[in-house]
Design a protein around this ligand. Structure first.
Ligand code: NAD
Ligand code: LMR
Length: 328
């Protein structure tokens, strides 16, 4: 029996939490032979902590063989203690008519405090994934608090966008989802993101050739993927939750699987023209479990370069808005 991994999840009683925790405890994220201890962190609000008790009872009632313990707390010092994975979901979601960046003022400060505590008390091998919006910039804020953990341990989730892009290409081409490969997300988790289709394949052939509709690829496709979150809010009255939890399962599982290339928000070192220091979605290859390298070689045409510049500009602007929240 392997030693259990300690998995800290913030916002554990929220919408995403309710879809996520059961997937982690069932083995979907860390594998069918990896036990876990869930360290569930909620806001210090009576209603939230009470809801968390209910979620915990349901976890008990699933009798998951891999779930070796639960910690329920509103104290990040307790919740992040010795955590191997810190999944930062807890933050305000946007409502109709808002952009994710509108959340920066309220949500940004959460990641200052949590970033500091994680750096102080999490395990030496800790990995941190930020889901709470705006995810890229919140990830930068959390990472900036660290003195001990290196910045490559902090990733922002753009995997939901990759999954959305793959599904749209499969639908348009009438092909099975599993035939669609290598569609990657560049930049911000916002409408400016660039779902790069030029290197995607369908059944091993260039997707652009199979689809043969450049106007759709450059127009409706980018627009649909970029604004999918808002479309879901308009339809449900609530932001995406089950698909976000599923994307987080994919993000962590693939970050633990050497050789997989997938879209992850990471600290730029200037690849693809991104400003060094911003956290940008890019294709990364997992090297060893939890570690990655950016896949650098993809050529970009003029359309792609314009899209990359626009999403980089937005990331730089978001960074300027939170400069007071960044340390060092
Ligand atoms: P929710 O409101 O249902 O749940 C959020 C939970 O976080 C609440 O239970 C709240 O009490 C808790 N919380 C707030 N502050 C906290 C803190 N300081 N510490 C611990 N817990 C705290 O929201 P949700 O639908 O679960 O969404 C959570 C976040 O994820 C939002 O910011 C949303 O926009 C974002 N999101 C990101 C993606 C993505 O692809 N990156 C996708 C979907 C949603
Ligand atoms: C999403 O993409 O569904 C989430 O980021 C939620 C949102 O605000 O769009």
């Amino acid at each position: 029996m392997k030693t259990p991994l300690r998995v800290a999840v913030t916002g554990a009683a929220g919408q995403i939490g309710y879809s996520l925790l059961f997937r982690i405890a069932s083995g979907a994220m860390f594998g069918p032979d990896q036990p876990v201890i869930l360290q569930l962190i909620e806001a210090p609000i009576e209603k939230a902590m009470q809801a968390l008790q209910g979620v915990s009872m349901e976890l008990d009632d699933c009798a998951f063989p891999l779930l070796k313990g639960q910690v329920l707390t509103d104290d990040p010092n307790v919740g992040f203690k010795d955590a191997n994975w810190c999944l930062l979901v807890g933050a305000k979601p946007r409502g109709a008519g808002m952009e994710r960046a509108d959340l920066l003022k309220d949500n940004g400060k959460i990641f200052i405090g949590q970033g500091k505590v994680i750096d102080a008390v999490a395990a030496g091998d800790a990995r941190v994934v930020v889901v709470g919006n705006p995810a890229n910039t919140n990830c930068m804020i959390a990472a900036s608090q660290a003195k001990r953990l290196p910045s490559d341990r902090y990733t922002a989730m753009v995997r939901l966008d990759q999954n959305r892009a793959q599904a749209q290409i499969a639908k348009k081409s009438g092909r099975d989802l599993t035939d669609v490969k290598d569609v990657f997300i560049y930049g911000n988790h916002s409408p400016t993101m660039f779902p790069a289709y030029a290197h995607a394949t369908i059944g091993g052939k260039p997707a652009a050739g199979v689809i043969n509709d450049t106007a759709w690829l450059q127009g409706a496709f980018c627009e649909t993927v970029g604004k999918r979150g808002a479309a879901i809010i308009a339809a449900r009255g609530l932001s995406s939750a089950a698909s976000a939890a599923n994307a987080l399962v994919d993000h962590v599982r693939d970050l633990r699987t050497p050789g997989v290339v997938h879209s992850v928000g990471v600290k730029s070192a200037g690849e693809y023209g991104f400003d060094p220091e911003v956290w940008a979605g890019m294709p990364v290859r997992t090297t060893t479990p939890g570690s990655w390298e950016v896949v650098r070689g993809y050529a970009m045409d003029d359309f792609a370069k314009t899209k990359l510049a626009a999403t980089n500009k937005e990331l730089v602007e978001e960074r300027a808005l939170v400069v007071d929240m960044l340390k060092g």
